[in-house]
Design a protein around this ligand. Structure first.
Ligand code: ADP
Length: 498
């Protein structure tokens, strides 16, 4: 059923079972949508349909949430100690490792990302499971000085049923950290992956069953956002909602969760700036700056999509970057090129629209890469673009493109650099490049972002590092120990012992 015989070259052949029409995983069972409806699964590299997933509706979601509710309140899950849960996550890690080649190939085929990136995503998933497998029994409460004759302490307790709606850009990262943190804390999970990339999440849930997660602890329901996603976010038996995706959809999901006053965690978009000062090690910075916008074809919430550059080195930096960008090539995932296609035709059109409008807003196209010879015409390729002199009031400076488009704007001094860095509604990540130690600290304090890297940049990187944003970038922190705290609530217990 491969749409292109050259696909997945160099990787283990995908077992036919992974390409067959898929089902939801609900209460430990494999179930088609009750309506029988399906959605086609297409490969972004050539547009070819190679599988299908259930188009679930509110009834299917209800069944999954009830299964998660029952597993939380009545099943064996509640008897698992934190150590047991951690060991189960570690066991899942071993199984995912065994399946690493096939999972990587599946992810690349489903999302169009270059094969090395599919493999990197599996490695990240393994690292999340390693981290949370070890961390599940490390989160402690506190004792609180209180009235004489009393002892007061806090327990960290799970929310209950955690609903999670995730996007198509890094499903393996998100599924593994959700299982790690949500299930590590003792919650049960209902996951709605994106309609454009559901296969790895379904496979992961299957592997979790093999590892021994009790039925109903991890449920995956596929379908469209306004149907399955909305039904999940609004379900009265859901106790907490986590969402990763666009700011606009995040607002819709918060409103749905608010119907029952449920807590939410929102990991939304970004317009993250890298700030390059004249005293920086420019040679070290440039490849990192390039990669931060090219990685996953720019379809990364924490992409370094703006470059603020000291006017004194502006000309030389643009020249060097233009040389780099003009050599970049978008290619089918099996060619493992600099970047792959956009996820779908709509996203490719959206990015092309930004590129077309940027020129009319006064920005200068300094360089644009190409598309690989022989790339299938059904693929959604957009050559990477480098724009210079991007005005701070322009759309390209302020709005998230979610594509391989870097917006460069020069600055005069440190104060202007900080002001420009903060001049969007987003606040996710920033990178500061300077050798001046004082300036490193000043900038880290002044920039409003959930993560600030100094002489480095990690687009979403760092399993151990709390990740999340301010403003339109959302609220709540995923990753690291902080995500475990977020996947739990504080319960205070007071003993009167006289
Ligand atoms: P995109 O538009 O690029 O797909 P979204 O942020 O809209 O990005 O999608 C991220 C996730 O949110 C996907 O799983 C999608 O199905 C889901 N989603 C989209 N719209 C809604 C909605 N109205 N209610 C609930 N979930 C939604």
């Amino acid at each position: 059923m491969l749409t292109n015989p050259k696909a997945d070259q160099g990787l283990a052949a995908l077992p036919p079972s992974l390409l067959a029409p898929r089902t939801n995983i609900t209460g430990g069972r494999f179930a088609a949508a009750r309506s029988g409806q399906t959605l086609d699964v297409a490969c972004p590299s050539d547009g070819g349909v190679f599988s299908s997933i259930p188009r679930s509706d509110a009834d299917d979601v209800d069944e999954a949430v009830r299964a998660a509710h029952q597993a939380f309140h009545e099943g064996p899950w509640a008897t698992f100690s934190a150590l047991d849960r951690g060991r189960l996550i570690t066991k899942l890690m071993g199984i995912v490792d065994r399946e690493a080649d096939a999972l990587a190939a599946l992810e690349s085929r489903d999302t169009g990302k270059p094969v090395r990136l599919g493999r990197a995503d599996v490695n990240a998933a393994l690292r999340y499971l390693e981290f949370y497998g070890g961390a599940a029994d490390k989160l402690t409460g506190e004792t609180i000085p209180f009235l004489d004759g009393h002892t007061a302490l806090t327990l960290r307790v799970p929310h209950g049923v955690v609903a999670s709606i995730i996007p198509w850009n890094y499903p393996l990262h998100m599924v593994s950290r959700l299982i790690g943190a949500a299930c590590g804390m003792g919650n049960t999970l209902v996951l709605k992956p994106a309609e454009d990339a559901s296969l790895s999440a379904l496979r992961f849930a299957e592997l979790a069953l093999e590892a021994g997660f009790p039925a109903g602890v991890i449920n995956v329901v596929t379908g469209l956002g306004p149907e399955a996603g909305a039904a999940l976010a609004a379900h009265p038996l859901v106790d907490f909602v986590t969402f990763t995706g666009s700011s606009a959809t995040g607002a819709v999901i918060q409103a749905l969760a608010a119907r029952h006053n449920r807590g939410t965690s929102m990991e939304l978009g970004g317009k993250s700036a890298q700030i390059l000062f004249a005293d920086a090690d420019v040679d070290a910075a440039l490849p990192v700056i390039q990669n931060a916008i090219i990685q996953n074809a720019g379809q990364t919430c924490s992409a370094g999509s703006r470059l603020l550059v000291d006017r004194r080195i502006h000309g030389a930096v643009i020249e060097a970057l233009a040389e780099r960008f003009s050599r970049l090539v978008a290619a089918p995932h099996w060619q493992d090129g600099d970047l792959g296609p956009m996820i779908n035709a709509k996203q490719a059109e959206r990015v092309r629209g930004f590129i077309a409008r940027a020129r009319s807003e006064g920005a200068r196209l300094a360089a644009q890469g190409g598309i690989a010879d022989g790339a299938p015409s059904g693929g959604h390729y957009v050559p990477p673009a480098l724009f210079d002199d991007v005005p701070p009031e322009s759309e390209l400076f302020r709005d998230e493109v979610f594509g391989p488009v870097l917006a460069v704007t020069p600055f005069e001094d440190e104060a202007e650099a900080a002001r420009l860095a903060n001049a969007t509604d987003f606040g996710l990540v920033a990178g500061v490049w300077t050798r001046d130690g004082g300036r490193q600290h000043r900038m880290a304090k002044r920039i409003r972002a959930g993560q600030v890297f100094i002489n480095a940049y990690g687009a979403g990187g760092g399993v151990e590092l709390p990740f999340g944003g301010f403003g339109r970038s959302g609220h709540g922190r995923e990753k690291g120990m902080e995500f475990l705290r977020h996947m739990s609530a504080t319960k205070t217990v007071v003993f009167n012992h006289g």
